[in-house]
Ligand binder design. Structure first.
Ligand SMILES: [Fe+2]
Length: 307
C-alpha cells in the first residue's frame, strides 16, 4: 500500500527530528506588507531554498526596488549558500514576488503549485490579458503537484496542495519544518481569508486539518504576521502542536461548519488588500512585469468595478 502525501510528510518530519537533520531557517520580515521571506538551508551541503520573496513597491509613484531582496542576497552570500529553489506558496495578493531578481543574481528553479494555471485563467479574464499571455504555468520553471518530493541539499522535502485561500496554495514540508503560506497564521491570529476568486472556506478548513496531521513537534513557518491584539512583536514561527491546541479559528475543537460560518462572516467585512491589483498582475507572471509598451515602459492596469 502506498502512503498518502500526508503520511509521507509525517514520516519525513519524524525522521528529520530523530536524526537531527533539521534545516536552518532565517527569516526576513517585510513590515510594509507583513510578509515573511524564509531562507531555508541544509547546514551540511549549504544548499538552500528561498520561500516567498518580496519586491519593494511604492504604489503612489509606481516605483519598484530590491532593498528587501538585496538583504536576502547578502545573507545568502555571507553564508556561502547555493540556491536550488525559489518557492512560491501561492500567487500572493498583498505583495509582488521578487523571485526573478533573486534568481537572476543567485540562480535556482522558480516553483509554484500546478494549480497556478487556474489562477492565471481567472485573473487573465479580470485583467483582459492579451492572447500572448500563457495560462499554462510556463512562466515558472517547475509546477509542484500534491505529494511531489524534492530535496534541499541532503534534506527531504515534499509539496502538499492546500487550497482554500487560493486554489493553487501549496505548503512545503522541508525536513522537520512546514512552510504553510497563507493557510494558518499564528495561533493568536487565526487563519487567512478565503474570499478571493477561487477561494473557499470549507476547502481551506480541510487543507488545514490535513496539515494538522503532521506531528505536534513540526516547526511551522508562516507567510505573514499582523500582530494579534495584546502582542507587540511580529512572530512567524510556531509548532503544529500549538496550532492544534490554540489556533483561535481552527483549534481541534472547532467543527468544519463553525469554521465556515466564522470565516465567511468575517471575510464579508474585509476590504480588498491594498496591493491586490498590482500583485496579481505581476505574480501570475511569476514576478515579471507586463511586456513594455512601444515607449519601453511597463504598465499595470486597474480594472474598474470588477473586484
Ligand atoms: Fe496570500
Amino acid at each position: 500500500m502506498t502512503d498518502t502525501p500526508t503520511e509521507t510528510a509525517t514520516a519525513q518530519v519524524r525522521s528529520a527530528i530523530s536524526s537531527g537533520e533539521a534545516p536552518v531557517v532565517r527569516t526576513f520580515f517585510d513590515e510594509a506588507t507583513f510578509t515573511a521571506t524564509h531562507v531555508v538551508h541544509d547546514p551540511k551541503t549549504r544548499r538552500a531554498a528561498v520561500i516567498d520573496s518580496v519586491l519593494d513597491f511604492d504604489q503612489p509613484s509606481g516605483r519598484t526596488s530590491h532593498a528587501s531582496s538585496d538583504a536576502v542576497i547578502d545573507y545568502i552570500r555571507a553564508e556561502a549558500l547555493t540556491v536550488d529553489f525559489l518557492l512560491e506558496t501561492h500567487a500572493h495578493a498583498d505583495h509582488l514576488s521578487d523571485a526573478p531578481y533573486i534568481q537572476k543574481v543567485l540562480g535556482g528553479a522558480l516553483a509554484i503549485g500546478g494549480e497556478i494555471r487556474t489562477v492565471q485563467e481567472t485573473f487573465a479574464k479580470i485583467f483582459n490579458e492579451p492572447a500572448s499571455f500563457a495560462h499554462d504555468g510556463s512562466q515558472f520553471d517547475r509546477l509542484m503537484r500534491d505529494g511531489e518530493r524534492f530535496t534541499v541539499g541532503g534534506i527531504d522535502a515534499i509539496a502538499l496542495h492546500v487550497p482554500g485561500h487560493t486554489p493553487a496554495c501549496m505548503a512545503y514540508v522541508i525536513g522537520d519544518a512546514v512552510f504553510v503560506g497563507d493557510t494558518l497564521f499564528m495561533p493568536d491570529y487565526g487563519t487567512a481569508r478565503a474570499d478571493f476568486p477561487g477561494g473557499d472556506a470549507r476547502t481551506l478548513f480541510r487543507s488545514i486539518r490535513r496539515l494538522m496531521q503532521l506531528p505536534d513537534e513540526t516547526r511551522v513557518f508562516l507567510c505573514h504576521d499582523y500582530k494579534a491584539p495584546n502582542r507587540d512583536e511580529f512572530v512567524w514561527e510556531t509548532t503544529m502542536g500549538a496550532e492544534k491546541t490554540g489556533n483561535v479559528h481552527v483549534h481541534k475543537d472547532v467543527s468544519e461548519d463553525e469554521f465556515v460560518a466564522m470565516r465567511e462572516a468575517r471575510d464579508a467585512t474585509l476590504g480588498m488588500p491594498r496591493l491586490i491589483l498590482p500583485s496579481l498582475q505581476v505574480n501570475i507572471r511569476a514576478g515579471h512585469m507586463p511586456e513594455p509598451e512601444e515607449n519601453g515602459v511597463s504598465y499595470l492596469k486597474l480594472p474598474l468595478n470588477l473586484l
